[in-house]
Design a binder for this molecule. Structure first.
Ligand code: ATP
Ligand code: MG
Length: 582
């Protein structure tokens, strides 16, 4: 009850309320006293109550409150949450005010459709979890109000906020925990996207922990020094916040997950024959070179490309965390998965849009090239991809990151990937000599691939028909582990070579300056290259590529100098310049 203590001082439940001087005084109406447009200043509340009647009672004036107000005093609760913008999370405060007025729920703070719908999910979840539906006007503000809020991850903080604002939850922990989660109508908490960056943000903000859906607990637990509380339903969340239920924080042993040996699904040994292609892929993996596989249908191009990740060096922890973050944002982590421990292999269909490939949407989200960060992007049937889409890949291929501009803002996502593409040499799939397509048709077909994209592919690898003898033989080739060992050795040499460079990690990323310092040729070798360039009619752009690939071949051999052997092998991998594009 409110009682007038002094002329200008009111009390609510015994606590003083200050009335601002500028407000109209108590208005006296016939028979009763009325307070209109009265503003309460509880510590954190500013609002306008409806007309409050005041009637004399004894020597002190007493205020009789309208019934709704008496049952439902204005209360404000603040619950912490977070949302993802780009690849980082930012804090979102969910303010809930339950108070006077007709019973309704209003969500403000640039919510999208999914956030607006949380009104219905949350209210049903509340009642189904045995809580009271808060009467009166309930205003929910998602601050900061100028950033768009997407998705259903605010369900849990909104529900907790509504309970706190309607006096059904008393907790001192609301400032210590950031919470996210979608609510089912039963009150169960469902998994959401982007929990890893949100956990990171929680630690950066100095919070004690996070309340997350159980399926997302492992990815959040990757962040050290943060209590990760898995909550299966709304009741559990409330019980934990009130201190009635103890929930053990989820913990993951990063080094254990990371060192876990795993059985690869695929192995290079399964590919029969094709030794020259395997060798080319070994070089590609060793130097981080992009590769294009060219051959008739059914020769194992897709099969070989799929196995490329098995011969790449294992991810470092830092790389794994970066990749996991992107997969978390897109919601690709499996329930309970803490870390992406294998290099990603992404194989988008050729009908992919540029938003799907590069990233996009209204609020930019990572695309295929970012999902392939630290892994392999495989473009099968390369000429079928839209030229404009391929064209947009030039910048990310060069810089290892992609910048997307949308109305909602500009976003940069990392995209360091190895590009492997596959194609048939002619429209009917046969080699040019055997094809029934006319030279013009062949030129049109090849012309669909943009020159600048081709420029960024160091190795052109011919994938010939497998001989019956090879395909029917029982003999298996070298397995992925053996090839990977050589790749790792070659990568170590490159790490030492580029230790003082920040942006260069492998031979493929060398610029003109590095080419000059690390790819110097002796006279005889230079002569060979000159001869090859003129005799084989190699284009000028092939020159740098040959040098880079030769450097990697020398590294694989443990040789310090590039010899004519290395150069000759590197020249082989310019088949398109030699045959098809001339
Ligand atoms: N070298 C090989 N060793 C073992 N199996 C092979 C080999 N080449 C092809 N195959 C078999 O043929 C199937 C088709 O191979 P794959 O899909 O890799 O061919 P492709 O070159 O990508 O053809 P397309 O040009 O039609 O896409 C494989 O699933 C595999 O069973
Ligand atoms: Mg294929």
């Amino acid at each position: 009850m409110i009682s007038v203590v002094k002329k200008r001082h009111l009390q609510l439940h015994g606590a003083p309320i200050r009335l601002p001087n500028s407000l109209p005084q108590i208005r006296v109406q016939a028979g009763c006293q009325c307070l209109k447009a009265l503003e309460f200043f509880r510590e954190d509340y500013v609002g306008t109550p409806p007309c409050i009647r005041i009637r004399p009672a004894g020597r002190k004036n007493r205020i009789a409150l309208p019934p709704a107000f008496a049952h439902n005093p204005p209360m404000l609760a603040r619950v912490l949450s977070a949302a993802v913008n780009g690849i980082e999370a930012f804090p979102v405060e969910v303010e809930v005010n339950c108070g006077w007025g007709d019973t309704m729920i209003i969500i403000v703070g640039l919510p999208d459709a999914a956030v607006k719908e949380s009104r219905d999910r949350v209210t049903t979840a509340l009642t189904n979890s045995g809580f009271r539906f808060p009467m009166g006007r309930c205003t929910i503000n998602l601050a900061p109000a100028d950033v768009k809020k997407e998705g259903p991850s605010f369900d849990l903080p909104i529900a907790v906020g509504m309970l706190a604002a309607s006096d059904q939850l008393q907790s001192d922990e609301l400032d210590n925990f950031i919470m996210v989660g979608e609510l089912a109508l039963t009150g169960a908490v469902r998994p959401v996207k982007g929990v890893l960056p949100i956990a990171w943000r929680a630690r950066a903000e100095g919070r004690a922990g996070v309340l997350v859906p159980p399926e997302n607990a492992a990815e959040a637990a990757v962040v050290e020094g943060l209590k990760v509380i898995p909550v299966a339903n709304l009741r559990e969340a409330v019980g934990f916040l009130e201190g009635e239920i103890k929930i053990e924080p989820t913990q993951v042993d990063l080094s254990k997950i990371f060192d876990q040996s795993y059985d690869e699904e695929f192995d290079m040994a399964e590919v029969k024959g094709q030794e020259s292609v395997k060798r080319a892929l070994e070089i590609a993996a060793a130097g981080g070179h992009n590769a294009l596989l060219i051959g008739p249908p059914g020769t194992g191009k897709s099969m070989l490309a799929k196995r490329l990740t098995t011969i790449l060096p294992p991810l470092t922890l830092e790389e794994a965390l970066e990749t996991t973050k992107i997969h978390s944002i897109v919601g690709l982590l499996k329930p309970g998965q803490a870390l992406v421990t294998r290099r990603p292999f992404r194989s988008p269909h050729h009908t992919a849009s540029d938003a799907g490939l590069l990233g996009g949407n209204v609020n930019p989200t990572p695309g295929e090239i970012s999902l392939a960060h630290h892994g392999v992007l495989f473009l099968d049937e390369l000429p079928e991809f839209k030229r404009a889409v391929l064209e947009t890949m030039r910048q990310p291929l060069e810089e290892g990151r992609v910048t997307i501009s949308r109305a909602a803002g500009t976003m940069t996502f990392p995209s360091e990937f190895m590009l492997v593409a596959a194609m048939n040499p002619t429209p009917d799939g046969k080699m040019p000599g055997e094809s029934r397509s006319s030279p013009r048709e062949i030129q049109n077909y090849l012309g669909r691939i943009s020159g600048p994209l081709l420029d960024r592919i160091d190795l052109h690898v011919e994938v010939p028909q497998v001989k019956f003898r090879e395909i029917s033989s029982e003999r298996t080739g070298e397995d992925s582990a053996a090839i990977r060992e050589r790749v790792v050795r070659a990568r170590k040499i490159q790490q030492a070579r580029f230790a003082h460079k920040r942006t260069i990690t492998c031979n493929a990323r060398m610029g003109p300056r590095e080419l000059k310092s690390y790819c110097a040729l002796e006279e005889a070798t230079k002569e060979l290259l000159k001869f090859a360039m003129t005799d084989l009619n190699l284009s000028a752009r092939a020159y740098d590529r040959i040098l880079k690939v030769a450097r990697t071949i020398a590294d694989l051999a443990g040789a310090e100098k590039i010899t004519s052997d290395h150069i000759s092998e590197a020249i082989q991998y310019r088949s398109l310049d030699r045959q098809l594009w001339t």
